[in-house]
Write a protein that binds this ligand. Structure first.
Ligand SMILES: Cc1cc2nc3c(=O)[nH]c(=O)nc-3n(C[C@H](O)[C@H](O)[C@H](O)COP(=O)(O)OP(=O)(O)OC[C@H]3O[C@@H](n4cnc5c(N)ncnc54)[C@H](O)[C@@H]3O)c2cc1C
Length: 436
């Protein structure tokens, strides 16, 4: 197989990056929480240079599709035979009154992270985090862990709405509260009010959340912050009004990550891609999608013939003592998109129940009512769930039906699984089959 090392030896490559450091975004909340120093989130530049590529610090201001040369902000031009666009995505900020106040922000860049840390050090007392997806929850928990009174506002009736159905989230809501975070479900932010800075957040229904400190003794403390974590939009401004075909959710590519222009590829958060299950465009701004996408043109430039099959969107998070994750689509999403579903939910323990480390774990399997094919699953438990999420993604990819899951071949050991008499996937499939 072609590795990036080989690619670097085969071609003259340059990677253009504006930031001082490329960040491990997934770890950012843990810097806020004080578990990791900021520097631990910096990816090593040698990841690029050891592959034989040159790392050029700069921002592209023109892709130069006509003359095959990228123009940088400092007016340097870099010629190319093949161009890979990997400009990522930017956090969305809804167009609401008050979002321009200086203490309203997002959470993606090193600058965002540093300003949150500084804000906490300067005595921030209150924060409103908008959006209870994984980023919003992890950030809210981290802020609460630092003693900031944190309010988490979510428009849907549940947290992790892209991954979880409502019936799987009550324990998660409880866990968010246990973390010391005030959760507002089914509420949208309508306006941010203040003069010179955000002072209060108006929610649908008329409730307001104050960011200022009511106690006169704290009158000089830094005002609180409003942080939006409501999703990402592809960073494609550079290509607007140009020849590159763009969709609603990013650059349009085929399975080989080829764009509408010859010799130009696009990968990662900047592209629009489809669900491997429905074939329709679906959001999938995850590192676990970006990496396999990027490997496709790399391999093909080395003479292979690979293509990317679409998003399953396997993802996970941790809330307090609980781990939660899922893959595929939820029953709520399926129903909304005209796919009737059947579901089965089972709860077992992560080890033999007689063992001291046994923790409860619950799995929901969602299948198409018409075909019986598994189209999604959700897991909440007291131990990490990513391995089970990956089993789910494999089942989805292999187009397993509920009947196939009934025959799932599993292993069992007292510290690591339920009794041999049962298995989480099989138990959920039995429930699902019983509902047919
Ligand atoms: C807080 C947070 C937590 C996350 N947690 C997870 C997680 O747990 N699991 C998971 O799978 N995913 C997670 N993600 C998502 C994941 O980080 C992204 O999906 C992934 O980084 C996408 O990779 P990318 O290379 O496409 O884009 P990015 O990593 O965003 O990289 C894009 C790069 O392009 C550069 N760029 C943009 N425009 C230009 C230009 N004009 N010129 C030059 N350079 C440019 C940017 O500056 C940036 O360096 C998280 C994201 C965030 C923000």
């Amino acid at each position: 197989m072609c590795s990036s090392d080989l690619l670097g030896k085969k071609f003259s490559m340059a990677v253009i990056r504006p930031e001082d450091h490329s960040l491990i975004y997934c770890a950012m909340p843990y810097v806020i929480e004080g578990i990791l120093p900021l520097e631990k989130t910096f990816k090593k530049d040698s990841l690029v240079t050891e592959s034989g590529a040159e790392l050029i610090r700069g921002k592209a201001v023109e892709a130069g599709f006509e003359n095959k040369s990228v123009l940088l902000e400092d007016e340097t031009r870099i010629g190319w035979d093949r161009l890979v666009v990997a400009t990522g995505a930017e956090p969305l900020v809804p167009p609401l009154k008050g979002v321009d106040f200086p203490n309203v922000g997002v959470f993606k860049s090193e600058g965002d992270l540093r300003s949150r840390i500084d804000h906490i050090s300067s005595g921030m007392k209150r924060a409103v985090v908008v959006g209870a997806g994984a980023i919003g929850i992890e950030l809210a928990s981290a802020l609460a862990g630092k003693g900031v009174e944190t309010h988490l506002v979510e428009r849907e009736n549940r947290v992790l709405g892209a991954t979880m159905d409502e019936d799987m989230t009550s324990k998660l809501h409880h866990e968010v509260a246990k973390e010391g975070v005030f959760l507002y479900l089914g509420k949208a932010v309508e306006e941010i009010r203040g003069s010179g800075g955000a002072e209060e957040v108006l929610l649908s229904g008329g409730e307001t959340l104050s960011l200022s400190e009511p106690d006169a003794c704290f009158a000089d403390v830094a005002p609180g912050a409003v942080i939006f974590a409501v999703g990402m939009r592809a960073s494609v401004d550079l290509f607007k009004n140009g020849p590159l075909a763009l969709g609603r959710d990013g650059i349009i590519v085929n399975g080989k990550m080829e764009t509408s222009l010859p010799g130009v590829y696009a990968v990662g958060d900047c592209v629009q891609f489809s669900s491997a299950l429905t074939g329709n465009p679906i959001p999938g701004k995850l590192a676990t999608n970006a990496v396999p996408m990027a490997k496709v043109p790399a391999a093909n430039l080395c003479g292979e013939n690979r293509s990317y099959g679409g998003f399953y969107n396997g993802a996970a998070t941790k809330i307090g003592d609980l781990y939660a994750g899922g893959s595929g689509i939820t029953a709520a999403f399926a129903e909304k998109n005209g796919i009737p579903t059947i579901s089965g939910v089972a709860s077992l323990t992560t080890a033999f129940p007689i063992m001291s480390n046994a923790k409860e774990i619950t799995l929901k399997l969602v299948a198409s009512k018409e075909t019986g094919r598994i189209i999604g699953g959700q897991i909440v438990g007291g131990e990490p769930v990513t391995d089970k999420v990956d089993v789910l993604s494999t089942m989805l990819r292999s187009q397993w039906t509920a009947e196939d899951v009934l025959d799932f071949s599993y292993s069992s050991q007292p510290w690591q699984s339920f009794f041999p008499a049962d298995n989480l996937f099989v138990a959920a499939a039995e429930k699902l089959s019983a509902s047919i």
